[in-house]
Structures are given as C-alpha cells and as structure tokens.
Design a protein around this ligand. Structure first.
Ligand SMILES: C[S@@+](CC[C@H](N)C(=O)[O-])C[C@H]1O[C@@H](n2cnc3c(N)ncnc32)[C@H](O)[C@@H]1O
Length: 245
C-alpha cells in the first residue's frame, strides 16, 4: 500500500493548489498546531516531494530532514534540493523501520499514520517518532479525520473526494480518496479510530494528545468567502494532532 506513491509520481506536482491542501486550510491549520520552528531542528516524516519540509526550512528551522517510504517521492524532493539548495537532507525509509537519524526538537508528519497497515505497524512508527525526539519535544501531525462522516458534506470543489465512504468504517478498513489534480489520482489508506491512534501514541510514550479541527485562514475567507468553506469545515477529511514527549 505504501509504495503506491512510486506509481503516483509527479501527479502530485500541483496538489498544493487544491483548496483543501492550500495554505488557507491545511497549511494554516498545521502551522497553527506546530507553532514557531525558528532555530529548531525538525524531522519531517512522510515528506513526499518535500512540500512541507521546504516550508519548515523557510520558516527558519536550523536543520530539516525529510523521510519517505517512496523512492520516487524522494527522487523528486532531492531534485528540488539540487535545483534550489536550502540544505535539506532526504532519506528513503518506512517510518516503522527508521534507522537512527539523531534527535530533533520537533517531528512532523503530514499524512502518515493512516498509512499504517496494522496497529502493530502504527506502534512501530510511533516508537521511532518518539525515539527521534529530544525530551520535551513535540510530534505534530495532520492525518485522516477519524470522525469523517458519510452523512456529512463530501464536496469535490475542495479538491479531494472520499470514495464509497462507509456509514460505519471498521478498524483497518481500506479507504480510498480521489485527488482532483490536473492528472487526478486515487490514494488508498486504512481507517483507524481515535482510540487506536491514541493507544499507539501513548504506548510509545507520548502524553498530552491534542486534536485540532482545521480552520480557514482570514486570507482563505477573503479569497473564497466564508460560505465556500463551510461544508468542508463541517466534515473535514483531515485533522491536526499534537503530542508531547
Ligand atoms: C499524502 S502524501 C503526503 C506528502 C507530504 N507530507 C505532503 O503533505 O505533501 C503521503 C506520503 O506518505 C508516504 N508514506 C506512506 N507510508 C509511509 C511509511 N510507512 N513511512 C514513510 N512514508 C510513508 C507516502 O509515500 C507519501 O509520500
């Protein structure tokens, strides 16, 4: 399931302009949950083509390291780094099997934990995340919303559509979503409840887990109007989660 991004390849090139992935919702909500990274060291897991890793560096991170399971995604990220060097290093690995890369002030992961194929796989990811944090460090992630509802709005105008979403998803059930990029593609991942995420994170040693629903930035409201976003904000596909070590 995780190597699916090797096939998706450069179809992700324009996914950052989808309304839901834009700075108005995802970027705004994620960076609000994260806080300042100025002069901090940051490990960005499931970094993909480095979209957020570069933003973390641009926001003043002293050291930024990206990790992704997909060789293709890391190839694209490294190509960007070669063309516009900002000092990011990238590694290919499943987070569950991550070799030690040092310890960091902050670990981030935008869309990682719902790719766990079992609770045991998720626990191994969470243990490695914990092991890469300095004492007192934070893990901030943005992930599929366990409370997404088949009954709620699921509008294509935001750039992502959940496909055949079940009324009551089972633990570990395979879910699919279509991304409406210029060359649309479908991603597959697993459904896990809040309790499953929290169990893995607590078993790995995290405390004070804070879930945060996405919000729209004032710029996003100015650009599209409040009404445009309401359906998405009533049933967001993803949520932020902050965990303290
Ligand atoms: C939706 S993309 C997000 C990429 C990037 N964080 C962003 O927001 O643009 C999810 C990424 O997770 C990676 N991934 C999935 N399972 C993984 C795992 N077990 N370890 C590391 N990366 C993984 C995929 O290869 C893919 O690049």
């Amino acid at each position: 399931m995780s190597a699916q991004y090797d096939e998706i390849g450069e179809k992700v090139a324009d996914w950052d302009v989808l309304p839901v992935r834009s700075e108005y919702i995802e970027g705004h909500s994620f960076f609000k949950a994260l806080g300042s990274v100025a002069e901090r060291t940051v490990l960005d897991l499931a970094c993909g083509d480095g979209l957020y890793t570069r933003q973390l560096k641009a926001r003043g991170a002293r050291r930024a390291v990206g990790v992704d399971i997909s060789e293709e995604m890391i190839r694209v990220a490294r190509r960007q780094e070669a063309q516009h060097p900002v000092g990011i290093e990238y590694h290919v690995s499943d987070v569950a099997d991550l070799a030690p890369l040092g310890t960091f002030d902050v670990v981030t992961a935008i869309y990682l934990l719902h790719y766990a194929h079992s609770p045991e796989h998720m626990l191994r990811m969470c243990r490695n995340i914990h092991a890469h944090l300095k004492p007192g460090g934070s893990f901030v992630t943005y992930s599929f919303n366990p409370e997404f509802s088949a009954k709620g709005p699921n509008s294509t105008r935001y750039g992502i559509t959940m496909l055949d979403f079940p009324g009551s998803p089972r633990e570990g059930q395979m879910l699919s979503a279509e991304l409406h990029t210029k060359t649309p593609f479908t991603i597959h991942f697993s459904y896990w409840s809040r309790a499953t995420y929290e169990q893995a994170l607590r078993d790995a040693g995290f405390h004070t887990l804070t879930w945060m629903r996405p919000e729209c930035s004032p710029e996003g409201i100015a650009r599209y109007g409040r009404e445009f976003w309401q359906d998405y904000l009533d049933n967001p596909h993803a949520v932020a989660l902050r965990c303290e070590r």
